[in-house]
Write a protein of this length. Structure first.
Length: 228
């Protein structure tokens, strides 16, 4: 499985470097963007588990970028703020941030905060996972059972299915699925995901021809839809 990705959007390289180092030693993968434009690109390539967002960026105000991100993503956002007026605005405005950390901060403080927020997020999403009752995933044994019938899956089919089923209803882009299920995503293409989804669907259809629980979202990706 890929390491959880944290996106750092910060125009001061020294701050970004220290965060990058602290997060990497804590088992995260950190990606650094210097401005809003490259952050937008990074967000569409692969959704991070959390965004650390500087308020004062060279091309866009962090508050504006946060509101933009909220239009398409629920990813936790933590502001890195330099001045107390900024803190007041983060707290006072409904801009959809999850938390803020005032500069100067220690990288250790940031990783502790990141962990706390991710723990909180997992607790919220737990009931959703429990909704997928028609499918059972045995991660340790790499086995999956659909409507009581065991599926015969290849390694990649199994991994794709496990990622989708873990969060029913959540739409995963092809690159999300690629980085979650393949060891070396760089060598694969979007259509690799499509081909495996096609094979998976055929196997699910053999068990229940009336259902197609893997839903295609045009231009976005795939999600698992559990029976209501
Ligand atoms: Ca800045």
């Amino acid at each position: 499985m890929a390491k959880p990705l944290i996106l750092i959007v910060e125009d001061e390289p020294s701050i970004a470097d220290s965060l990058n180092y602290a997060l990497s030693t804590e088992g995260f993968e950190a990606r650094h963007c210097l401005d809003g434009a490259s952050a937008r690109t990074a967000l569409r390539e692969r959704e991070p588990v959390l965004v650390l967002l500087d308020v004062g960026l060279p091309d866009v105000n962090g508050f504006v970028l946060c509101q933009e991100i909220r239009k398409f993503s629920e990813v936790p956002i933590v502001f890195l703020t330099a001045r107390s007026e900024e803190v007041d605005r983060v707290v006072g405005l409904e801009i959809g941030a999850d938390d803020y950390i005032a500069k100067p901060f220690s990288p250790r403080e940031v990783t502790a905060r990141v962990r706390a927020i991710l723990r909180r997020g997992r607790m919220h999403s737990a009931p959703m996972t429990a909704g997928a009752t028609d499918i059972e995933i045995d991660e340790a044994g790499c086995r999956a059972t659909f409507c009581g019938n065991e599926l015969e899956l290849t390694r990649y089919e199994f991994r794709l299915l496990a990622v989708l089923v873990a969060k029913p209803g959540r739409v995963y882009s092809r690159s999300d699925l690629m980085s979650a299920a393949w060891e070396d995503p760089g060598s694969s293409m979007d259509r690799t995901v499509d081909a495996h989804v096609k094979l998976l669907r055929a196997k699910l259809r053999e068990i229940d021809p009336d259902r197609n629980p893997i839903k295609t979202h045009r231009g976005l990706g795939y999600s698992w839809e559990s029976r209501a």
